[in-house]
Design a protein around this ligand. Structure first.
Ligand code: ATP
Length: 193
């Protein structure tokens, strides 16, 4: 997966619409302490479906919305758009928007989708909100101290098979539902005898 552009509006300290271009080669983001460098990484993680406030350094999910300052009122929504190319080289645009009291909505290539579809899109592209490619401050020590199960998840993500787990869970759910339907059908048929 390649990221080409990131657009933010009302996300954390990015109150005004802002655009970050990722050109070929190495991109560095520099700035004084507290200017929003880590917020950019969090925006990437968030648009990929991150739902843990803790990993967004927030108390609740709505805390990613610009909270206002002494001179600026708070915003009602936050939006992040990620443009890039998927593993097959196809153009990919993913939008996540959160409104106060209304939760998150996602779009992939302009179409409304569910959070699960976004998770699958990124899992298939061997990346995602929990991708080991996104390393935030203090995470290196955590990677070294990771438990074997966590390390296995990292390897699976790197191998691009993380999406299979989501599909397996889905398939198991459908199987359970079908078994319950079958049992109910057998009961009904027994009643007809
Ligand atoms: P450092 O170099 O110290 O790691 P940084 O450049 O990575 O800093 P960030 O941690 O990304 O900076 O940004 C922190 C800033 O974002 C703080 O000034 C904080 O007040 C601001 N901020 C975070 N969430 C919000 C929000 N919801 N509304 C407004 N500002 C926010």
């Amino acid at each position: 997966m390649e990221i080409h552009r990131l657009k933010l509006s009302g996300f954390k300290s990015f109150v005004e619409p802002a655009e970050l271009r990722v050109e070929p080669g190495l991109t560095g983001v520099v700035g004084p302490n507290g200017c929003g460098k880590s917020n950019l990484l969090e925006a990437i993680r968030w648009v990929m479906g991150e739902n843990s406030p803790k990993s967004m350094r927030s108390g609740g999910m709505e805390d990613v919305i610009f909270a206002g300052t002494q001179s600026r009122p708070p915003r009602d929504f936050a939006e992040v758009v990620l443009h890039g190319r998927d593993a097959e080289g196809e153009e990919l645009s993913v939008t996540r928007r959160i409104e106060r009291g209304a939760g998150s909505a996602y779009r992939v290539n302009g179409r409304d989708v569910r959070a699960k579809d976004v998770a699958l899109t990124f899992a298939d592209a061997a990346t995602g909100a929990h991708s080991p490619a996104l390393v935030s401050q203090g995470k290196i020590a955590q990677v070294i101290a990771a438990k074997p199960t966590e390390r296995r998840a990292m390897l699976e993500e790197a191998a691009g098979i993380a999406g299979l787990h989501v599909r397996r869970k889905d398939a198991e759910g459908k199987l359970r539902q079908t078994e319950a339907n079958l049992a109910r059908l057998e009961d009904l048929m027994a009643g007809l005898d």
